[in-house]
Ligand binder design. Structure first.
Ligand code: AN0
Ligand code: CP
Length: 317
């Protein structure tokens, strides 16, 4: 594997999941693979899980790891070519990328959507510059439109916990006070659409995702109807994708919060969320604390998805 930014990069999902589960059984089976190889993890945005799980995954493979928080320890980076750099940004990505690449073998990048210009976000301009200019394998640690390490961990978690071969998976929008990107729901949809699961997306009017991510999913604007018979409930907030309202918060309607009454409509569904989660906005305390909540094992699987991806990138160096 030369890069990891979308579901397509990982190839057949059954193979990827069985490789991940093999790694999970013995995560120290490949400690020589990363010897004398250096991973650079670059964060333009905050992170708890991605930062720790990816670093741990790299250490399990014997790699050296460098982590840079671009907006804290480093010079602020300009990302647009042609800008007269008379503002607060001291360095341009066009120099920074090849310089950083000269110190490492593999690069992970976290760069969220700006949520102002939809075309700019959906062209993945920042991530693409790393792919084009670094000469190194690049993987996404959540970019403008996708979060594939999260979706891979979500898929592993569903495969471990499913009670039927083709579960009904419902991804539901839930309220949140601030505008969030569509990366997590887009990516989850992309990965679910690559399985044979029954996949439903529930969201209020005005919150439909981009058609290329919705794919074969059934879109429901009635959350309760969507949840009937669900085996997995995947909650997530996102801001509006539609052109006139792109990046806006149109609703904070707590009637969309996942609570025990909603979970009672399901087939004793497991509850999932990528975290961080705002309690009693996205999900009530009792649901996230219930025995059917998978949020902790789901987050733990981030180490496994990252290790599977890093192993494949190392094997192809
Ligand atoms: C981010 C998001 O929704 O994309 C990261 C989630 C993994 N969440 C927040 O910024 C709260
Ligand atoms: N789920 C996830 O990616 O969490 P962080 O933003 O904390 O990395």
């Amino acid at each position: 594997m030369k890069k990891f930014t979308t579901v397509a990069d990982i190839g057949p999902l059954d193979k990827a999941v069985s490789e991940a589960l093999e790694i999970k059984r013995d995560r120290f089976a490949f400690t020589d693979l990363g010897k004398n190889k250096t991973l650079l993890m670059l964060f333009f945005n905050s992170s708890l899980r991605t930062r720790l799980s990816t670093q741990k995954a790299a250490m399990n493979l014997g790699m050296n790891v460098m982590v840079l928080d671009v907006n804290q320890g480093a010079w602020k980076l300009e990302t647009e070519r042609g800008v007269i750099m008379d503002g607060d940004k001291a360095e341009h990505l066009l120099e920074a990328i090849p310089v950083m690449a000269s110190y490492c073998d593999i690069i992970g990048v976290r760069s969220f959507a700006g949520l102002k210009d939809r075309n700019e976000d959906y062209e993945e301009r920042v991530l693409q510059q790393f792919i084009d200019l670094s000469g190194r394998p690049v993987f996404s640690m959540e970019a403008a439109t996708r979060h594939p390490l999260q979706s891979f961990a979500d898929l592993i978690t569903i495969e471990e916990h499913k009670r039927t071969p083709r579960p009904k998976v419902v991804m539901t929008w839930a309220p949140h006070p601030r505008a969030l990107p569509q990366a997590v729901p887009n990516s989850f949809a992309e990965w679910m659409n690559a399985t044979d699961y029954d996949f439903v997306i529930a969201n209020p009017e005005g919150y439909d995702l981009a058609p290329e991510f919705v794919g074969r999913a059934i879109v429901e604007h009635d959350q309760r109807r969507a949840l009937e018979g669900a085996d997995f409930v995947y909650a997530k907030n996102w801001s509006a994708y539609e052109a006139q309202n792109y990046g806006k918060v149109l609703s904070q309607d707590r009637d969309w919060t996942v609570d025990a009454e909603k979970m009672a409509l399901t087939n004793d569904a497991a509850f999932m969320h990528c975290l961080p989660v705002r309690r009693n906005m996205i999900v009530t305390d009792d649901v996230i604390e219930s025995p059917r909540s998978l949020v902790i094992p789901e987050a733990a699987n981030r180490e496994i998805s990252a290790q599977t991806v890093l192993k494949r990138l190392l094997e192809d160096l």
